[in-house]
Design a protein around this ligand. Structure first.
Ligand code: GAP
Length: 456
């Protein structure tokens, strides 16, 4: 099946070393996942593509890497200390907590736009029970930020939070970047990093987790330029999706209704993706106005005005924010590339990953493991390709068919095999190898000296 079910994707991720359950040997920790060697490679390829597309290929972007722990006043200013909450309801018997909006959705009631009180009324009115069949308590707002203590004392002044979004680190560094680089508007700041949310109901594998990674941009603009900039970023996000190999058909835009937008947003588009468990938010694009910079200026007492040299105006810039979750992107890429077909009368699973994302770009095999002359030549070709491409793998384990299958399953676009013809058994094929294409299984002979031409 193209796209795969969640069970198939999770099983492949574990089997082949993409993603493991967090702290698995202790029974796991809900909402945490660990990336294995291939998962890290895929994640880094996605992040590097994002950084190249939105930072290094542009002239108007400034990358930063801010601390995860921030002065708690930043979270008071940004509204997260008061407003970053999800509606929670408790099973009165088991004391287990659930997202009230999720329970309503599952009961066929649309919770969009409902306040906590309205959700409470809807739940009580339709006599909803917990998934265990018990009575439910009252809907309460639950702040999702993880509290932590900084330093040795345990007083209120030492309490801060793990950041729930990377955005905050950019707003508090806006003045630093302006003072160091004197950019003209519009310009942006970009950051890739961890964020933490104490989700009540982490679910769907790496889709909704408690420790996540975001790739975010805060794009500073003149207030009257927001519609143009918003549209420019909308188009840029679609182009990035295409570069990730995400097909148009599975990607959708949702204009978020005013009552469902975050407290800082005047317009939000969710980029939704058809995941195997349904159409859900992949990325977000928001118009944050001057909400954050004005709030930080007020709370910190710093002058965060921008002086426009051309117009001689002083104002607080407005912000367009494209925000991308790394884990959700990786899950979408995996699902989009998952394929099952039949090759040589056998069922096979393969990942049709774009070659610039594949964790392994080329695998090099000696036809037989027990022939030193084949192994030596294969090592030579392997080292040559590794120097050129980096993510090249050597494998002499098991029969050649099994090696092909293993590479198909992790999405390796090319397998290069060194056989007796390479060594000159057929003189006309001396110093040539076979290059096998992952998607078609087709094999072509190519001279070693020209291999880089065959590999894209
Ligand atoms: N700075 C804006 C912001 O954080 P958001 O819609 O809450 O907005 C942005 O999050 C993106 O981060 C989402 O579109 C999604 O890709 C990712 N994300 C948010 N919460 C997540 C979670 N619990 N698990 C995995 N990814 C998450």
């Amino acid at each position: 099946m193209d796209g795969g079910t969640m069970e198939q994707l999770i099983s492949l991720c574990k089997r082949r070393g993409f993603v493991y359950q967090g702290s698995e040997i202790y029974g796991g920790l809900a909402g945490t996942w660990d990336y294995g060697p291939l998962g890290v490679a895929l994640k880094k390829n996605i992040e590097n593509l994002w950084w190249k597309t939105f930072v290094t290929d542009r002239e108007d972007m400034y990358g930063i890497d801010a601390a995860i722990l921030m002065n708690p006043r930043a979270w008071a200013a940004s509204g997260h200390a008061d407003g970053f909450a999800d509606p929670l309801i408790e099973d009165v018997k088991t004391r287990k907590r659930y997202r009230a909006d999720h329970l309503l959705e599952e009961a066929g009631i649309d919770p969009k736009g409902m306040s906590a009180t309205e959700m409470d009324k809807a739940i009580q009115g339709s006599k909803l029970k917990s998934p265990e069949g018990n009575a439910l308590g009252e809907v309460r707002q639950f702040n999702m930020m993880f509290k932590t203590q900084v330093g040795a004392t345990e007083d209120a002044a030492s309490v801060t939070y793990l950041r729930p979004e990377t955005a905050g680190g950019m707003f508090v560094n806006y003045k630093n970047v302006v003072d160091s680089f004197h950019p003209k508007l519009p310009f942006g700041m970009a950051q890739i990093g961890k964020a933490f949310r104490n989700e009540i109901a982490p679910r769907d594998f790496i889709f909704r987790v408690r420790e996540l990674e975001q790739m975010e941009i805060e794009y500073f603009i003149r207030p009257d330029d927001w519609e143009r900039a918003f549209e420019e970023w909308r188009v840029a996000m679609h182009a990035f999706a295409k570069n990730l190999g995400l097909s148009g058909e599975r990607l959708h835009e949702l204009e978020v209704a005013p009552e469902d937008r975050a407290h800082y947003s005047k317009r939000t588009i969710d980029f939704e993706f058809d995941f195997p468990f349904g159409k859900k938010e992949l990325w977000g694009l928001a118009y944050r106005t001057d909400f954050d910079l004005s709030a930080h200026a007020k709370e910190s007492g710093m002058d965060l005005f921008f002086f426009d040299e051309e117009t001689k105006e002083r104002f607080i810039p407005h912000v367009i924010e494209p925000s991308f979750g790394v884990g959700r992107t990786l899950l979408a890429v995996l699902s989009e590339s998952y394929r099952e077909d039949e090759m040589n009368g056998e069922k096979r699973v393969f990942l049709k990953l774009p070659s610039h994302l594949a964790p392994v770009r080329i695998a090099v095999f000696p036809l037989l493991k027990n022939r030193p002359e084949l192994v030596a030549k294969a090592r030579e070709v392997f080292l040559l390709l590794k120097k050129e491409f980096g993510n090249v793998l050597f494998d002499d384990n098991g029969n050649i068919g099994k090696r092909y299958r293993r590479q198909d399953e992790i999405g390796t676009p090319y397998c290069v095999t060194i056989d007796f013809d390479t060594l000159g058994e057929k003189p006309e094929h001396k110093d040539t190898v076979t290059v096998r294409d992952r998607d078609t299984g087709e094999q072509k002979r190519a001279p070693i000296a020209e291999l880089t031409k065959y590999i894209i």
